[in-house]
Design a protein around this ligand. Structure first.
Ligand SMILES: [Zn+2]
Ligand SMILES: [Zn+2]
Length: 551
């Protein structure tokens, strides 16, 4: 049996035998019905092992997986799911919400009012049960694809959508929106991309592919309607609803599929900026579109300039092969220079960090010599020789002062709780922050996304201590950290804390991506360039370090 025939037959078997769950598949495998070719069952098992229900789902209804939970929860049958897809073009949660809102199901034979009501009732629960992807993983999935798409001919812009673009810590549907003159040309480029394992679904304006066993959707709205489409797919829903209401107040109509003037003409809006400006609003960064608050602030003309890539002058936290990094100091520095930074700090670990390798009092001298030589070779970026020193359980630092004094900058961190209570951890931080050589506390919550929420400290007290001692707190952009998280960063700047936004990269290719994640996290906390140490020229950074050291 050829591959295509095998897949078609597999889809039929899934439908006929109502194999809608893993136990049902297992039963069929355990005692194969004589009517089913064993090769088909083997293929089904392979599909399941390769991509779980993502793959089986596409066999059931030629449908991407986002809606899997609709029938796993018993809200619809697989046949109704297929109708939703085929008749009203629903392929994601955002589509489903819009379809229910527009009463699009009631007129479709086989769906109707009752199914619509059932889906409406199930939506809040379904939304919660959608499998979520950590932000770092989602970014790593779409970045190469975005690069590929943006370099295709006839592409005006390509952006990730949904919670990914809003830089939430975990992502639901992973989707990209593309404004392109000819979607088919872009599509064929995507299909040739080496990262794409398999196509799940393809139509003129939509494409769903499997990359590293995760589903990624690509949508191509018509160019003149692409602004509203990106706005709607980026969300949040509350933000878009508030924009719709604002349009209505002005006699306009905004919908996911376009913007209409008061006299009913379609207003060309190829970008989000065009939509905002038609509604007398400045552009609102996606990171603060989590609710309708930003619109109210922007309406009063009070939207502050939030931190963006162009404000960053340097990166104050990264690792090299001298500790657990993968690249040499020189490679890290060259990459930083190519990113346009004015300065970069190499900050390897001290022995107690538990890192696979760390600096010792002996190797620090060798590293200093290496950095001196690189300064000669790469004169157009300043290199700070720093370290990320562990704060020991008793609050002392993992290197003696005479060693720490040799560094241009000292970051201090907790990597081990040592069984201590929140009060003891706070005392440990306090001790380090009072140390004149410590400039920054890195990843203060010491959490790991998405599973470990981090220390349950009295953070208001921590912020007070940071202000009193002139110590900065970090927003660490490593995908496993994103620490401080945005809500905490927001409280920190409100308390007057100076923050740093760093990559904590352990390889050169993490430098830009992790800095971007740090910036997005800061942005979500309404952090402005004036709150951030590494937006200022090097002389000012050195002055801040010197003030605390009492130089
Ligand atoms: Zn660390
Ligand atoms: Zn680090």
């Amino acid at each position: 049996m050829g591959e295509q025939r095998l897949l078609t037959r597999a889809a039929e078997v899934v439908r006929e035998w109502q194999i809608e769950s893993q136990p049902a598949l297992q039963r069929a495998l355990d005692s194969p019905p004589s009517e089913i070719d064993s090769a088909v069952l083997r293929r089904l098992q392979q599909l399941f092992e390769a991509g779980g229900w993502v793959m089986l789902e596409s066999a059931i209804a030629d449908l991407p997986a986002d809606l899997r939970w609709l029938h796993e929860s018993g809200t619809t049958t697989a046949a109704q799911l297929a109708l939703l897809h085929e008749q009203i073009d629903v392929t994601s949660l955002a589509d489903l919400i819009d379809a229910v809102d527009a009463h699009a199901l009631s007129g479709v034979q086989g769906l109707g009012e009752s199914v619509e009501a059932a889906i409406r009732a199930a939506l809040p629960e379904l939304r919660r049960s959608t499998k979520r992807t950590p932000l770092g993983r989602a970014v790593a999935l779409v970045d190469p694809l975005l690069e590929e798409i943006r370099s295709s001919p006839g592409v005006h812009w390509a952006e990730p959508a949904g919670s990914l673009r809003r830089a939430e810590e975990t992502i639901g549907d992973v989707e990209i929106v593309v404004a392109a003159d000819d979607p088919s040309m872009v599509t064929s480029g995507i299909l040739d991309a080496p990262t794409v394992d398999r196509v799940l679904y393809r139509s003129a304006r939509r494409l769903y592919v499997l990359i590293n066993r995760s589903q990624v959707g690509v949508r191509f709205p018509e160019v003149e309607k692409a602004g509203p489409a990106l706005l709607r797919l980026t969300g949040s829903l509350a933000h878009f609803r508030a924009l719709e209401a604002r349009a209505a107040e002005r006699g306009w109509r905004l919908a996911p599929d376009g913007l209409w003037t008061p006299d009913g003409r379609l207003q060309r809006a190829a970008t989000e900026v065009e939509v905002y400006s038609a509604l007398d609003l400045p552009y609102i960064p996606p990171e603060i579109r989590g609710d309708d608050r930003a619109i109210a602030v922007a309406d009063r003309g009070r939207l502050p300039p939030l931190l963006a890539w162009q404000h960053i002058r340097g990166d104050l936290h990264m690792h090299s092969v001298w500790s657990d990094g993968h690249d040499s100091v020189e490679t890290m520095v060259r990459t930083c220079r190519n990113l346009g930074y004015e300065y970069a700090a190499i900050t390897d670990h001290s022995p107690r960090s538990g890192a696979a390798r760390s600096l010792t009092q002996q190797t620090i001298r060798h590293q200093a010599d290496e950095i001196a030589a690189i300064r000669e070779r790469i004169p157009d970026i300043a290199i700070l020789h720093g370290c990320e020193v562990d704060i020991l359980p008793d609050g002392r630092l993992d290197f003696p002062d005479r060693v720490l004094q040799q560094f241009d900058i000292v970051l201090a961190s907790l990597h081990h709780r040592a069984g201590q209570s929140p009060e003891e951890l706070l005392r440990r931080y306090a001790e380090a922050m009072h140390h004149p050589l410590v400039t920054v506390i890195t990843h203060p919550a010491n959490r790991s996304v998405p599973n470990n929420p981090g220390y349950d400290l009295d953070y208001d007290r921590l912020f007070e201590l940071a202000v009193q001692t002139g110590t900065c707190l970090e927003i660490d952009g490593a995908p496993g950290h994103l620490d401080m998280p945005s809500t905490m960063a927001h409280r920190a700047i409100a308390a007057g804390v100076r923050v740093t936004v760093d990559s904590d990269a352990h390889s050169a290719n993490g430098l830009a991506r992790q800095m971007r994640l740090g910036i997005a996290t800061a942005c979500r906390g309404w952090v402005e360039p004036r709150h951030v140490l590494n937006t200022v020229p090097l002389a000012e950074v050195r002055a801040l370090i010197g003030r605390k050291r009492g130089d």
